[in-house]
Structure formats: C-alpha cells, structure tokens
Design a protein around this ligand. Structure first.
Ligand code: FAD
Length: 350
C-alpha cells in the first residue's frame, strides 16, 4: 500500500487522516511543523453554518454538519445561526439565499428576531434562522479527530516538516502556508493570506445556553457565546493582506460598542483577550481540492470557512485518494478553474 503523508494537522489535515483511518488505510502519517491545531484552526471562531450563497458550499456544509452532530456538546452546540438584515438590499440578499438554501434542503426559515431575548431589533427589517447550525470548539474537535485517527493506526508527528518525509502520496493541507509549500513542487496556488482578528469579552452574567451565532448580514458583525463570554468578529473596512498576524486595536472598541448596541444584556462586558490569525483566501473564496502534480494532492484555500467544511472535505478526499473518485462533487474546486471563466464567488465570507 502507498505511504500517504498529510502535511498539516489543522482541521482539514486531521479530517483527511480520520477519514482515511475510518476506511482502514494503513501507512498514513499526519505531520505538522508545529502542534495540532496550532495555526488558523486553533484561532477560529468555530462557527458551523449551512447558510452560504452558492450550492457547492451549501452542500459541503450540509454533509459536514452530520459529523458535528455526532460529536455533540461540548465539542459542538447546535444553537443555530441567526442572520439579521438591516437594509432593503440586505433583506433581498437574505431572501435570495434562503430560497437557494431551502431548495437544497437546509432548514432555514424566516423568523421574528426577537426570538433571542434581549437582542435589539428595532432596526431589523428581516431575519432568518437555521436551527441545525451552531458553534464548536475548533481545537478540541481537531484533537478529537486526531485521537480517533491515531487509535486506528495513523502515525501523528508534531514539529515535523512533512515535506522531508518519504511519501508515495503527499497531501498538502497547510492552510495559509500552502502556496509556499506547493511552490517547492513547481505548483502555483492562487492563495493569499488575509489577517483577521477576534475579540473575547469578559464574563457576561446570565448568557443563555442556546444563544445562537448572531450575524448582522449588512455589516458582517457577529458574535457567539463561549462559556460565560462572547466572541466577536467582523469583516474589516480595509482588507489586511499579508502574513502578519496582528490585532488592529483601532477596531476593537468599535466592535465592543456594536455588541453593546445589538445585545444590551452585554452592556457591562469589556475586552478580555484579542488575537489574530490568517484566512487562506482564493480569488473566489472557494477551496482548492484535487491533484496538482504527480503524487501531490492539495486541500487548502478555505477562505475563512474551512473548519466547518472539513468533515465533508476529509471524507471526499479519502474517497478520491483511495477509489480514484469521490461520491461528492469536487469538480467545482479544481485548481484548473482559475484558468477559465467559470468562477462563481462565494459572497458570505464573514
Ligand atoms: C480569526 C479566524 C476565524 C475563523 N473562523 C472560522 C469559523 O467560524 N468557521 C470556520 O469554518 N472557519 C473559520 N476560520 C477558518 C478556519 O480556521 C480554517 O479554514 C480551518 O481551520 C482549516 O484550517 P486548515 O487545516 O486548512 O489550516 P491550519 O489550521 O492553518 O493548519 C495548517 C497546518 O499546516 C501546517 N504546515 C504548514 N507547512 C507545513 C509543512 N511543511 N509540514 C507540516 N505541516 C505544515 C501548519 O503548521 C498548520 O498547523 C477562521 C480563521 C481565522 C483565522
């Protein structure tokens, strides 16, 4: 049997290793330059949603939710995702997406936003909610998948450069480092790092356990509960391209003000912790999945939503590596698409 080396023990690499192991594959090595979930995965918000704007992304997310449901609390809390529209154009977009998502079988519905007690909704023109969505603990989920893979025989090597290992098949799941790693194999990947940041508040008394991920669709401001705190994020006014992982302090107080206004029960909350990490962006915000050279396969470019898609991606990649094809349609994600006209940008990048 060929020796398969997976470069990167973030959520994507971990899920590929886990799904190869589920199929009884022998001679699999999962290697990371650092520790498990030490990069983007460990810094992620942990949002798990099916509410995307394009059918391929919705399908990846739908297939992934099943694994999160199986993991259950405290790794995954199925508290739902609530999208709010505060402008007429935002409402139109919300409605168009709802129709697409419902048509694909996602149980997303129009709701009265006051279903979230305490939420300020006087400026809200409409809202949609999907009860199957939720929030997860990205590092803990990844450690769980790695442990399951190791229990089925996958060799896990932290602090190891995967490209230095003997491999018949090399799978690059290196997140924002992927373009640099692939370049050594003569492969050009159109992936650019984008710096993004999160803010964790001080404890907020009486946070409801079922508080959904709440997203202002028009501004991109969103927040979730983690324990007795809230985690805040937002699309930034000026994209910060590059590999520097730095918190822009100028944004932090603005986000806190937005939280106090949208969710008055958090009025006393202050900033406890901030951190920054990298999205691995592609030109259309869809991942790149497939063979790129003889013996070299990539699964990267997840553009800020790879944690939630990793379960389906891991299963699909394992199928393609072992069977030569996947039951899951991966054709939308091939590297070759960037040479043609068939780009279909995903617009819900939070
Ligand atoms: C601030 C922030 C918030 C986010 N929020 C969400 C969210 O709410 N929901 C969501 O789905 N996604 C979110 N994401 C995106 C998500 O974190 C990633 O898409 C997802 O975790 C998949 O990561 P990955 O495994 O592809 O990459 P990473 O987690 O970055 O892992 C790649 C690994 O490759 C390793 N590596 C690199 N080169 C080598 C080499 N030569 N040999 C061995 N190992 C190597 C690195 O050390 C690293 O550990 C967020 C990201 C950030 C930064």
């Amino acid at each position: 049997m060929p020796r398969i080396v997976i470069a990167g023990a973030g959520m994507v690499g971990a899920s590929i290793a886990y799904h190869l192991a589920l199929r009884g594959t022998r001679h699999v090595v999962l290697a990371d330059l650092g520790g498990i979930a030490g990069r983007a995965t460990g810094k992620a918000m942990g949002g798990v949603r099916q509410q995307f704007s394009t059918a391929p992304e919705v399908r990846l997310a739908q297939a992934s939710v099943r694994l999160f449901q199986e993991l259950g609390s405290p790794l995954f809390d199925q508290v739902g995702y609530l999208f709010l529209a505060t402008t007429e154009s935002g409402l139109v977009e919300l409605e168009e997406r709802r129709v697409l998502q419902q048509g694909l079988g996602v149980p997303v519905e129009r709701v009265d936003p006051s279903l979230v007690a305490g939420l300020e909704t006087s400026d809200v023109l409409g809202a949609v909610f999907c009860a199957e969505d939720g929030v997860a603990d990205p590092a803990a989920v990844t450690h769980e998948l790695v442990a399951r893979a190791a229990a089925r025989g996958v060799e896990v090597r932290e602090w190891t450069d995967a490209t230095a290992l003997d491999a018949d098949l090399l799978v690059l799941a290196c997140g924002a480092d992927s373009a640099g790693v692939a370049a050594a194999y003569g492969v050009e990947l159109p992936i650019r790092p984008l710096c993004r940041q999160l803010v964790e508040t001080t404890p907020v008394r009486g946070l409801p356990a079922a508080l959904p991920m709440t997203v202002e669709g028009d501004t991109g401001f969103h927040f979730r509960r983690r324990g007795d705190r809230l985690i805040l994020a937002m699309r930034e006014p000026t994209a910060r391209w590059g590999a520097r992982e730095e918190v822009d302090e100028a944004l932090v107080e603005d986000w806190l003000r937005r939280l106090h206004r949208r969710y008055p029960p958090a009025e006393g909350a202050r900033v406890a912790r901030t951190w920054a990490g990298l999205y691995d962006m592609t030109p259309d915000a869809h991942p790149i999945i497939g063979w790129v050279a003889d013996g070299t396969y990539v699964a990267c470019g997840f553009s800020g939503h790879g944690f939630m898609q990793a379960p389906a991606v891991g299963a699909a990649v394992a199928e393609e590596l072992l069977d030569g094809e996947s039951s899951f349609a991966l054709s939308a994600y091939r590297l070759e698409r960037f040479g043609g006209e068939s780009l279909f940008p995903e617009t819900v990048v939070l």
